[in-house]
Design a protein around this ligand. Structure first.
Ligand code: MTE
Ligand code: MO
Length: 322
């Protein structure tokens, strides 16, 4: 492909730098209804901060956390590009519960109460269990992994997560043989998470994987980043990280995990099925209606890279899709 063409494709995606949601459609809806108040509109559509805070909000440490972070780095997962600076990664977030702009979560997610935090794991399992965050900190094999995360909006970052493989948790609850998929659910507290006031959106945020995908060694539950507990805007106290799929699969602030025998509905697929499919593997050959997927831009450096099949994690996951 001639250079000039690529350049054009890229700048087009820049101009279309609207968020993951069809913002305009929401606005039209709002205009057409008398139900909304100015306060709701303000909360949902900005009138908010437009720049990062001078100092990043402090992360909340628990006693146990002090013995976990920073965890030993697992050398099996290497980056092919520089790590994204923390200040960039933690002020450019998608967390629609706390607003539709990238800058919103660092400001608004601080309202989220993350302690105590219960994670309910059940459904088609022999040993359903509600894990307190502290139980997990005490019992799980924490390690650090360097992963790239690729958003469908064609930006990417490279960060050190701390956590453990999801399969370690699933083993503890013993999935029944009839379980085929795993369903994940985020909290639902519309009074602290203003984005959830949008009653026409399918809150709470839900996601899903096949059981095979969930058991893959890459599928990670993260409770930390950059050697410390997760800041709230990254999905504290615990979030999924699925590095070979578009970022929207990596659901934040999980309260519930269920083993099921059907393909679960997901937030973005329910909202805009034509743009977000269930599988959502990173694949430069599958065009997206709004963002060309051939290339991606690293936040921070702005460096452009070709998009890699399975986000470059082919050797770990290609066997899932034979
Ligand atoms: N609960 C919840 N999880 C979510 C989202 C969200 O809006 N709500 N956004 C997703 C999207 S689109 C992306 S790209 C990643 C961004 O993760 P980061 O902000 O930690 O970089 O989180 C994903 N997880
Ligand atoms: Mo995303």
């Amino acid at each position: 492909m001639p250079h000039i063409h690529l350049k054009k494709a890229w700048s087009m995606s820049e101009n279309l730098a609207t968020p993951e949601s069809v913002y305009l459609r929401r606005r039209e809806f709002l205009k057409g209804t008398a139900l909304t108040t100015a306060a709701t509109v303000g909360a949902l559509y900005g009138c908010g901060p437009s720049s990062p805070p001078n100092v990043l909000p402090e992360v909340e440490w628990s006693e146990l956390g002090k013995s976990i972070y920073p965890a030993k780095r697992n050398p099996n997962y290497e980056l092919d590009r520089p790590m994204t600076p923390e200040k960039i990664a933690s002020t450019y977030n998608n967390f629609y519960e706390f607003g539709a702009d990238k800058i919103d979560p660092v400001h608004y997610a601080q309202k989220l109460k993350i302690r105590p935090w219960a994670l309910d794991v059940g459904g088609l399992v022999n040993k359903p269990k509600t894990f307190d965050m502290d139980d997990l900190l005490k019992t799980m094999p924490f390690e650090e992994r360097l992963y790239r995360l690729r958003c469908v909006e064609a930006w990417a970052m490279a960060v050190p997560w701390t956590g453990f493989p999801l399969k370690e948790l699933l083993k503890q609850v013993e999935p029944k043989p009839e379980a085929t998929h795993v369903r994940f659910e985020t909290f639902y507290t519309p009074f602290t998470a203003q984005g959830q006031l949008a009653f026409w959106e399918p809150w709470p945020y839900v996601e899903g994987l096949t059981l095979k995908e969930a058991m893959n060694e890459l599928t990670f539950l993260a409770s930390g980043i950059y050697g410390h507990p997760l800041p709230k805007q990254h999905g504290a106290p615990i979030r999924l990280v699925v590095p070979w799929k578009y970022g929207f699969k990596s659901i934040k602030s999980i309260v519930k995990i269920d083993l099921v025998n059907y393909r679960p509905a997901t937030f973005w697929n329910t909202l805009q099925g034509l743009e977000y499919d269930f599988t959502a593997n990173v694949d430069p050959r599958i065009p997206h209606p709004r963002w060309p997927q051939i290339r991606e831009k690293m936040i921070g450096t702005g460096n452009i890279h070709p998009t890699l099949l399975y986000n470059g994690y082919e050797k770990f996951v290609a066997n899932l899709y034979l």
